[in-house]
Design a protein around this ligand. Structure first.
Ligand code: GDP
Length: 302
């Protein structure tokens, strides 16, 4: 599958584990687990998770629950899968029952927000969902035009700012009103992504949330944080800030077709306690896929 073709580096790093486990015997447990931990670390699982996984394996080995290299490998895969499955949080979009449902994408510039929104439009349209786009990045000059290209590509209607200095919240509010009046199922809202250290962006996002909730109670139904998968663990502080300020309901990890390190997917999910809903695996209109944790684990530990 194309979905995880980009993790060649991760696969290589983790392949060491197979060799280690092939020759595993009880007397060599410490050495083998040290090297296993190293393999997880170089794959960007981060120190905390790598240690957690290794210590749980050690406990099970010493308790006699794992008796062969194969059993250890299976336990390793199972513990990674458990880290990815967050209790009580669904990976499918939760769109509620009121129309229109509102989905906002947020994240720093260059992460793949606009592209992901375009791809999401295509996915939803393929499912027969009537969608409206809203160009809420009123800050970056080209952002609106870029979204218009995606609207054309996917045959979607779009609401853009009329005139200069129009506030993002007012564009989104206008779009959701139109969505409500004209019977759209989903309004897809783009937002600005200028530097996350710029406090006014966070204020703007809060204003956007309030503006759409005024039109449809309970909206936005989803606030998806778009993260560039190739930035590794560096994405964590920025993700935390977005989550604290606006409350993220799901993640879109982009550029997993590139040089993304598999372990950081696990770290981000575990650190934030937010599920990955979609992954971006290319620049094309069909390159957004629902996240399948089991397929992901099988791909990186293949
Ligand atoms: P934004 O500033 O967050 O809206 O980011 P854009 O949507 O403009 O994307 C920034 C760049 O990343 C563009 O060149 C996109 O084509 C590219 N991009 C976005 N998603 C993916 C992906 O999943 N894979 C690859 N290879 N490139 C992507």
């Amino acid at each position: 599958e194309k979905i995880f073709s980009g993790f060649t580096k991760t696969r290589q790093n983790l392949a060491v584990i197979d060799e280690l486990l092939l020759y595993w015997n009880l007397a060599e447990t410490d050495r083998v687990l040290d090297e296993l931990e190293e393999a997880l670390l170089v794959s960007d699982f981060g120190p905390r998770i790598s240690m957690k996984i290794v210590e749980s394996l050690r406990g099970d080995i010493l308790a006699g629950k794992l008796k062969s290299g194969n059993e250890i490998k299976d336990a390793l895969k199972k513990s990674v899968l458990e880290l990815l499955n967050i209790k009580g949080r669904k990976t499918e979009l939760q769109l509620g029952f009121r129309k229109p449902a509102v989905i906002m994408v947020v994240g720093v510039n260059g992460g793949g927000k606009t592209t992901s929104l375009g791809k999401l439009a295509r996915r939803l349209k393929n499912e027969g969902v009537k969608i409206l786009m809203a160009a809420g990045d009123t800050f970056r000059a080209a952002a609106s035009e870029q979204l218009e290209v995606w609207a054309e590509r996917t045959g979607s209607e779009i609401v853009t700012a009329e005139g200069e200095k129009v506030k993002a919240a007012s564009v989104l509010s206008q779009a959701v009103k139109k969505g409500k009046e004209q019977g759209y199922d989903v309004v897809l809202c783009d937002t600005s992504g200028r530097l996350h250290t710029n406090y006014s962006l966070m204020e703007e996002l809060i204003a956007c949330k309030k503006a759409v909730a005024k039109v449809v109670p309970g909206a936005p139904n989803e606030i998806l944080l778009v993260l560039d998968g190739t930035t590794g663990l560096n994405m964590l502080p920025q993700a935390r800030e977005f989550n604290e300020v606006v409350g993220i309901t799901g993640l879109i990890l982009t550029k997993l077709d590139g040089s993304a390190r598999g372990g950081c997917v696990v770290s981000v999910v575990d650190e934030l306690g937010i599920p990955v809903k979609f992954v971006g695996v290319g620049e094309g209109v069909d390159d957004l896929q629902p996240f399948d944790a089991e397929a992901f684990v099988n791909a990186i530990f293949s």
